[in-house]
Write a protein that binds this ligand. Sequence first.
Ligand code: C2E
Ligand code: MG
Ligand code: MG
Ligand code: MG
Length: 292
Amino acid sequence: RAKVVKGNSLQIYDAELNRIVVDKIELESEARLALENDNFYLALQPLIDIKNNHVIGFEALLRWRHPVKGLISPDEFIPVLEKSSFMIQLDYYVIERSMKVIKALDNMGYTEQFLAINLSASQFLDPKLCGFIKRMLVHYGVDPQRVEFELTETTLASDIKVATKIMKDIRELGVQLSIDDFGTGYSSLNYLRSMPVNKIKIDRTFIMGITENPADRQIVKSTIDMVHNMNMQIVAEGIEQVEQLATLRDMGCDIAQGFYISKPIPEHQLASMLDKIILNNIWIHEFKLSRE
Ligand code: C2E
Ligand code: MG
Ligand code: MG
Ligand code: MG
């Protein structure tokens, strides 16, 4: 009897595992198709200089418009695709598409702003990455200073020496580097100091509590001071309330990003939306975007 029960539970387990594998393969083949059918696009979220509300850049966020499932969030498909060879292909597509976005921003008069691009771990470790970035910059005639790459602590944690070498190679192209979701992963402050990084983006989870939770406020304040001591800039992400923005301004934070300032704006709405929320490169409070 016990054997049967064991057998059954094993079978159930197998079925479950099988379903996950099938889902993964399905998602991967759907993603390949979506790329062919141009169903991926970027949404851009403005970043402002907290001192004067100037829009200094945008973050490119990948969007998948699925014909049946609708809009799929990157948090749903990126972790699954990360384990497949297709992710690198998609990552390279994002870089090229980002170059076109910079050109589009140029045409709209946003000629100074940078565009921040998220790099996945596998792409970061891909030996072809540096050469590809260089070719794209040259091909699209984009000033490297206007391009920033975001890396997470987890991406950098694998082998710190190797990671630092890759970061140096990328920086030599003239582009900027930032550490995303700071505070959520493993991070050695000692190594951070020797990393060729321009900005630290403190994770949204710490920003959420800064107006009510003294512990969060202390963490954010200490992080800001530490980052400044390393001569880097600090970005606060996930700002949803005016009080959070005010608190961060008082603490000396440099750059702000979040729904309170603007939700990510889909590429095809750039022209109509940006002019409504940005005037003379200054983010206009009253017109803050409330939909994506
Ligand atoms: P991330 O790089 O940390 O991007 C910030 C995420 O926070 C975005 O979610 C953005 O829409 C969201 N966000 C911004 N402001 C607020 C706010 O005030 N409140 C809340 N609740 N959320 C806010 P999104 O676009 O869903 O992206 C999720 C993650 O997927 C990104 O986190 C990034 O890790 C990854 N991702 C997105 N696009 C790409 C891409 O092109 N390549 C790679 N490798 N990863 C990407
Ligand atoms: Mg990011
Ligand atoms: Mg982030
Ligand atoms: Mg994140």
